[in-house]
Structure formats: C-alpha cells, structure tokens
Design a protein around this ligand. Structure first.
Ligand code: GLC
Length: 600
C-alpha cells in the first residue's frame, strides 16, 4: 500500500477540492476514495512494477519508436485468442501500440460498432473473456507492446443493467440518466444542441415506452446519455475504468469525452465541468495505476481540443487525436493546394512540445470537414460550396478524382457532408493507377513526419480497399462507416513481401525510428517552397536537419527553397542541394543535412 499512500497523499488535496467543488457530497467522496483503494488492492504485482517503471520515465510514450495500429478484434483475428496468434504479424508491421476497437459486451443489433456497452466488465462473448483480454495484454507487455481500448463513458446501452433497472421503474437508476416527463425540456435542449447523427439518428432525445418518459440519447436512441451530475455515475464509471486498467490496459481512449456534461441553453459540448471530470479521472489513474495513459477523443477544432491536455500542473489527457490535421490533409488531396495544411502545421508546431498528438490518416469513423473556413475565406472558398466539392471529389464524381468513398450522414439542410472509405480507396487505388499508390505512400510519409504518435488503421498497410458488402447487411447498411470496417485481408497479407505499399511503409518506419531528426523534442517548422502544391516541413534535432517535401499536386512541380547546402536523400542516398527540388506528382522527399557536432 506504500505506493498508493504516497501518491494519494500527494494528489488528494486537488482531488478533494475538484470533487467536492463539483458535488458538495462528502459521503460520495469518501466512497470514491475507498473505491480507489480497493482497485489498487486488486492490481497485479506485474502491473504495479510496470507502473513503477513508467513513473520513473513519465515520457515513455513519446518515443519516436512508437507506432500504433488500430484493429477490430473480430475482423482481424476472429476473437482475442486469434489476435494473440497474430501478434507476430502486428510486430512485423512495426506497430507496438495496439488499439483494440470496442470489445465489451454490447447488444448485437443495437451496438453502434460496440459503442453501446451493456457491461463494462465483460468481453463480448464471441470475442472471448476478460481473462483472454488480460492474457493478450500480458503477452503484449512481454513483447514491449502497449494496449489501448475504448472507454465509452458518455452513455450506456439501453440494455445495461442500470438502464434495465431504470426501465423497471427504479428511480435511483433513472437518476443515472436524463429522464423527462414530457418533451418540453427536451425541445428546449434541441434549440441549442447540434445533432450528432442528423440522418441516421436525428435529435438528441428518444421516447422510452417502458418508463413512459423521454430520455436523452445524443447518439443512437439505444445509447442513453449518463448523467455525471450524479456523483454515483462518476464513482461507478471511474471504477469501471480502473477495472479495465487492472486487466492490463495501458491506454484508455475516452470516447466522445466533450459530451459528458449537459446544461440547458448550451451546446452540451466542452463545458467546464467536463474538464473537471477528466482531471478527476486522470488523478484516479495517477493514484491507482500511474502507468496508464488517457487518450481523449475530441473531434473538434484545435481551440476546443487543446484544453483537454490540461495544464502542466493539472494534466487531463496524455494524448489527443489530431483530427484537424487529418481532415485538412484530405482537403489538400482534393484541392492540391497546401496553404491551409501549412497553416494547420504552423498552428500545431506553435503548441508546447509536451503536447502529444495521435496522428492518423483514417480511423473507424467518418471524415468530417471541420476545416478552418475563416482562413479559407481569404482565398474565396465558401463553406457549403466547398463541402459540396469535397463531397463530389471523394465520391469520384469530379474530373481528375480517382477517390472512391461514400457519403456519411449527409445533412443537406446545413450543406454538411462527411465521408467514408479506406485510405487506399480514397487515394484512388480501386482504379489501380500508379499515381494512387504514390499518393498513399506520400500521405504515410507525411503522417510519419509529424511529431506525435502515428497510428495505422489496420489494413491500410496493405492498401486494403472498401468493403461494399455492408450494403447487404440489414444491421450495418444504414451506417456507411462499415465501408471501411471490412475483414482483414489475410490473403493480401500473405503476399506482403511483394506489396509495394507495405514495403515502402516498412522503409519509412525504419527511418522514422532510427533518425534523430524524428525525435519527439525536435524543432519543427514549415518552409516557403513558393509553390502552393508543395508542403515543406523542417525538423532539427542535435545537429541533424531534415527537410520533408510533399507534392500534393497531380503534375510535376518544383520546390523553390533557399537551401544551398548539400543534403542527402534518406530514401535514395542521392546528394543534392535544396534550392530547386524537382518533384513528380505525389512525390515526397526526406532530405537530411548533418551538421558536424562538436565533441563534448
Ligand atoms: C465515438 C466513436 C464512434 C461512436 C461514438 C458514439 O465518436 O468513435 O464510432 O459512434 O463515439 O459512442
């Protein structure tokens, strides 16, 4: 208990003041603290040792050797045992951070891809047991890999035991959700709360016939929003989170975290109480299992995302998704104009270096066009028309587009559109063109150039295409996100030794892991290539300077840089100056200059 007591003594003051400031409930707070103690007592010795090692090296996850992969247990290995059997493959791809998509119990026909959890302590039976999960985590740790899983904290399934008891009329359980006798208050909320799924699940409330009341359901009607104004909800959900940490989970992905506090007359997003709650959960993990990281899923513009890092004294999330860079990258593919992406890079590069972003090209969700339209307006780009263009582009409907994607939750009322598709299909690989392969490789090189943790979406390493079979599945067909949630293509994996994309990615990863310039603490900046098709990024660390150039144009271009020294191309070994670098369509270059280092 010594470690627990030490950490508790250090952090309790802040914990107490945040908790009591929010709830004014001493009894609930006492319960919370005893729950922390109980969860610590249940933590395995091997995990406590891991905690101790990570406490010694708190920046462990920032290492440039970290590479993530996001997989669906079922699509990849059938079940957890199957995933364990294929860990060699995952390691061979270079990944050492495994994000297992939702795998807790969730009703089949009302699951939202597993994001409607009916039991936070039970693995979906087809996928295995909690022991299988703990075994997999242990095996990953032996291999120096880390495991991330989703913690869906905003809502439960309407078949969760709390929801069932609420349906049975138990008031204490109804108080864990938002119930209203009639539509009066829900209708007031609807005036200010944006819709999450305007087409597939319009509105933020649903009628619950069992109770004869209206219940808040921001996402699907079967996902009931939890009411965190009730301290019991926070207590029990934090305990559920710690329980998962005790199964050996290293990274907790806080799903849909901006939504967890609701107030009438607001958007019910990013309210100050959300930050208090995340900080409390951070403190709980720091006391019980300090080796654990919190990854926040905040799919919002940068000004809303960054506060979720908290402050150096009171950190909230250890990592956050870099969603704006992701969607801006795809915008750049469509427009061939890098000005917004450069602006976005400048925004990210100006942030304190201790902020760690999780970078990605594709994930299990759609691409929403949360672009900086204020900035684009100076170039005459208008939001609705531009979204229409992107919509056409990513469905392959405009001249020059080889992209093959589908619309997702198109909202014609607002002229909003979102998109689905795998990286390869969005790059145009369904057409089989060489250009599309080059684009796919270049986008990965750009991903690896950024500071932070790059995550590959399983299958992307092989160029896996869209899976159109979901159209014939009655449960999935309304949700086009299943377009990019197909089964892993093991036949393609067998042939990986001759797969040009796979081989190219291995080469890029090896460079990223080995070259000093990719160190997490490197200086990073953008350069002016006097050509809007080209994005130019510089990285400098301890005498090594990297110039990374990306031609997003579909024609030959030149990067006009004033860099007269002799660089070496990290991929080809060619020596060249970087004054006027000729670039083919979708070509990228990683050019290195090594300054002689003074001997110490
Ligand atoms: C997150 C998930 C998404 C899910 C939603 C509701 O945004 O990424 O897939 O639909 O939360 O839980």
């Amino acid at each position: 208990m010594a470690d627990f007591n030490r950490r508790f003594a250090k952090l309790e003051r802040e914990l107490r003041s945040l908790y009591l400031g929010l709830y004014h409930d001493q009894q609930a707070y006492a319960y919370f603290c005893s729950m922390l103690k109980k969860q610590y007592a249940q933590r395995k010795e091997s995990l406590r040792q891991l905690d101790a090692r990570r406490e010694e090296n708190p920046g462990w996850y920032k290492d440039q050797k970290m590479l993530g992969m996001q997989i669906y247990t079922q699509c990849f290995g059938g079940n957890l045992k199957g995933v364990e059997k294929h860990l060699d493959y995952i390691q061979e791809t270079g990944a050492n951070y495994l994000h297992l998509m939702p795998l807790l119990e969730s009703p089949k026909e009302k699951s939202d891809g597993g994001y409607a959890v009916s039991d936070f302590r039970k693995v979906q039976p087809e996928l295995g047991t909690k022991e299988d999960l703990a075994d997999l985590a242990e095996e990953c740790h032996k291999r120096d890999m880390v495991v991330c899983i989703d913690f869906v904290m905003n809502h439960t399934s309407d078949e969760h035991i709390w929801a069932k008891r609420a349906k049975a009329g138990e008031e204490a359980f109804q108080q864990r959700y938002f119930f209203y006798d009639n539509w009066d208050i829900p209708n007031l909320y609807e005036q200010t709360v944006p819709q999450v799924f305007p087409t597939t699940a319009p509105g933020s409330f649903s009628w619950c016939p069992e109770v004869g009341k209206v219940v808040m359901t921001s996402f699907y009607p079967f996902q009931w929003d939890l009411n965190y104004a009730n301290p019991t909800v926070l207590n029990d959900m934090t305990e559920n989170m710690l329980f998962l940490c005790n199964q050996g989970i290293d990274v907790i992905r806080l799903d849909a975290v901006p939504y967890i506090w609701k107030e009438l007359w607001t958007t019910c997003r990013n309210l100050p109480q959300v930050h208090t709650l995340v900080r409390i959960m951070n403190l709980a993990a720091a006391i019980v299992c300090p080796g654990t990281l919190l990854l926040g899923e905040v799919v919002m513009e940068p000004s809303k995302v960054v506060p979720y890092f908290g402050t150096p004294e009171s950190p909230e999330c250890h990592m956050l998704y870099n969603v704006t860079t992701m969607c801006t990258t795809w915008h750049t593919v469509a427009t061939q104009d890098t000005r917004l992406l450069r602006h976005q890079m400048d925004t990210v590069f100006a942030l304190p270096r201790q902020y760690t972003f999780l970078n990605y090209l594709r994930c299990h969700d759609d691409i929403g066009w949360g672009l900086d339209y204020e900035y684009l307006r100076q170039f005459g780009v208008e939001e609705v028309a531009h979204k229409r263009f992107l919509s056409d582009y990513f469905q392959g409907k405009c001249f020059g587009s080889e992209a093959r994607g589908e619309l997702y939750n198109d909202d014609p009322r607002l002229g909003d559109a979102r998109h689905c598709g795998t990286t390869a299909s969005l790059c145009g690989m369904e057409t089989g063109s060489e250009q599309s392969l080059n684009l796919d490789i270049m986008l990965h090189a750009f991903l690896f150039t950024q500071s932070g943790l790059p995550i590959l979406y399983s299958g992307d390493e092989l160029g896996q295409l869209n899976d159109y079979s979901y159209h014939c599945d009655p449960i999935k067909r309304e949700d086009s996100r299943f377009l990019h949630r197909g089964n892993f293509d093991w036949a393609a994996a067998e042939k990986r030794s001759t797969n040009p994309l796979y081989q190219a990615l291995l080469k890029l990863e090896a460079i990223r892991k080995g070259e000093k310039a990719f160190h997490a603490d490197a200086d990073v900046w953008t350069l002016e290539p006097k050509n809007t098709h080209i994005l130019a990024i510089g990285r400098y660390y301890q005498g090594d300077k990297l110039l990374a150039l990306f031609n997003f144009g579909r024609g030959n271009e030149t990067a006009w840089l004033e860099e007269g020294e002799v660089y070496e191309d990290l991929l080809t070994g060619e020596k060249l100056d970087a004054k006027a670098v000729a670039m083919k369509p979708y070509e990228f270059r990683w050019l290195i200059l090594r300054y002689p280092q003074e001997k110490e």
